[in-house]
Each structure stands twice: as C-alpha cells, then as structure tokens.
Design a protein around this ligand. Structure first.
Ligand SMILES: C[S@@+](CC[C@H](N)C(=O)[O-])C[C@H]1O[C@@H](n2cnc3c(N)ncnc32)[C@H](O)[C@@H]1O
Length: 272
C-alpha cells in the first residue's frame, strides 16, 4: 500500500502506542486493515470527508458481516424497511433499475424478484465480491456514484439505500443519477434521517453513539467503521434539507415518507 493513500487511522492504539502511522505502514493485512512497522494491525475507517478510496476500503473490510450487522443493529427491522423501498420504487417486469451503492446486493435481489432488470453498482470491490457469492444471478458492476458507467437516460428508476450518506460529493451523485434516469423516471433515496420527536431524537442519539459501537465490538470485524456510521448519520441533513438538495440538483416533485419515527426517510422524486 502506498503511504500517500492510507486512510486516517482512528484506532486508539495508533495514537497511544504507534506514533509512526502513515509514512511507515507497509503491508495490507486483509481488506480494511493494515500492519505498520510496529507490527500492530490497524483497522481502517472513513472520515466525514468521505474520500472515496477510504470509503471503499472501509466497506471492503466489513463486507462479510455487513448483512448480519444490519440485522442486529436494526433489531431485524431492515427486511421490512427493504420492503418499503420496493413499494416506493415500484419495480415492474422488464424495467431497468439502477441499485446504486448496492453493496452485497441484498436490496437488488428484491427488485430482481419483481422481474426488473437490475444493475447493482458499487465502489467497494469487497462488497461486490461478497454480493456475487451470495447473489450469483445478479450482474454486479463496479462504479462510482459520481461518475457512473452508464449512458444518459438509461434507467426507469434509480435507487440508493444507505449509500448517499457515504458518497464524497452528494450533489455530484444526485446530478449523475439524474443524468442516467430516463425522462419521467424516478429516484428513491433510502437513508437514515432525523427522528421527528425530540425525546426520541435524544434516545436515538445515545443508541447510535453507545449501542452500535458495542454491537460492532461483538459482531463486526471493524468496530471503527461503526463509529463512522454513527457520526455520519448524525452529520447527515434532515428530511427537509435533503429534499431541498435533491430539488437543487434538478429532481422534481420531491417528497418523503418517514419510517420508524424518522429514523429512516424514503425520499422520492422524478426526472422531468
Ligand atoms: C451501507 S452500504 C449499503 C449497501 C446496500 N445498498 C444495502 O442496502 O445494504 C453503503 C454502500 O455504499 C457504497 N458506496 C459508498 N460510496 C460510493 C460511491 N461513491 N459510489 C458507489 N458506491 C459507493 C459502499 O461501498 C457500500 O457498499
């Protein structure tokens, strides 16, 4: 691994034991980790700058247990939430659907089951590899949300679940999704959002900052990645601000539906 490309290290051991960090790190141990000259194995995570190489590397590192962690963190609600996304996307036989930031393809499989032609696309080769193993019938595509490998006006629907928050350039991705959607086509963004009730908002914040890292310590290969998850959710725009951003990027008739009291929001919009 080239020293210039190391993602920032947040592992506390790096600060207290290993002061050498980037310049001296040499070997990638497994995806999402590396070994420095002191022999310590460090995990990698993205920062809120969301540099795409850091994000891809972080997801490479969590790919194998990604779906399990989703089930644990949402107490099993994630399957119901995926069904809400299907209801919003309304996939039909023969429709072309871009599932962007598709990860392991769990959401893509639900669209394919409705007879749609799905293009699961993601920047993390580790997530795509796990996806290919679990969903061998899907055709996975490596691609960056801000420079999609598709022609203008290709898709009937574009959807992105739990992905937009991780993209370095949110507006660039929203404009790129507009470019590849056909006129009259639709966009569905499923993303963590801001609970509407004040008391619940505070409880949820505590859950994000305390319970998720605790779960990650037990079940994930990279707990730092789940610190990032909590931080990135708390820094993400609320429902109205995301709707405004979508409209600024050219999407029309933007609306949203809150799920679980606003823990999640499904934004829907159309290309004129
Ligand atoms: C939290 S996972 C969501 C996976 C999947 N959509 C799901 O519902 O489980 C976020 C995904 O976004 C992908 N991602 C982040 N930045 C991206 C980008 N710029 N272009 C494409 N994919 C990106 C990551 O690699 C990761 O697989």
């Amino acid at each position: 691994m080239d020293g210039d490309h190391h993602p920032p290290v947040r592992d506390i051991r790096c600060r207290t034991v290993c002061t050498l960090v980037w310049e001296t790190c040499r070997n990638v141990a497994t995806a999402g980790t590396f070994v420095c000259e002191t022999g310590l194995v460090h995990t990698t995570r993205a920062t809120l700058d969301k540099h795409h190489a850091d994000v891809a590397s972080m997801f490479d590192g969590v790919a194998r247990r990604y779906d399990l962690m989703n089930t644990l963190m949402t107490l099993g609600a994630v399957d119901q939430w995926r069904q809400y996304v299907v209801d919003a996307v309304e996939p039909g036989p023969g429709q072309k659907i871009l599932d962007l930031a598709a990860g392991t393809g769990t959401s893509s499989a639900t669209f394919a089951a409705c007879g749609a032609e799905v293009y699961p696309t993601d920047i993390s080769l580790g997530m795509l590899e796990v996806g290919h193993q679990r969903q061998p019938d899907l055709h996975f595509v490596a691609g960056d949300a801000t420079a999609l490998p598709y022609a203008d006006d290709t898709f009937d629907a574009v959807t992105i679940s739990y992905g937009l928050r991780n993209v370095e350039d949110t507006e660039g991705a929203l404009r790129e999704m507009l470019r590849v959607t056909r006129p009259g086509g639709r966009l569905v963004v499923c993303e963590f959002s801001t609970p509407t009730a004040k008391v619940f908002r505070h409880l949820y914040r505590d859950y994000l900052l305390a319970a998720i890292p605790a779960l990650a310590r037990m079940a994930s290969s990279n707990r730092d990645a789940y610190d990032y998850l909590a931080e990135s959710i708390l820094a993400w725009p609320d429902q109205q601000h995301l709707a405004d951003l979508m409209a600024q990027c050219g999407w029309r008739a933007v609306s949203w539906r809150n799920v679980a009291g606003g823990v999640l929001a499904l934004h829907r919009a159309w290309k004129a």
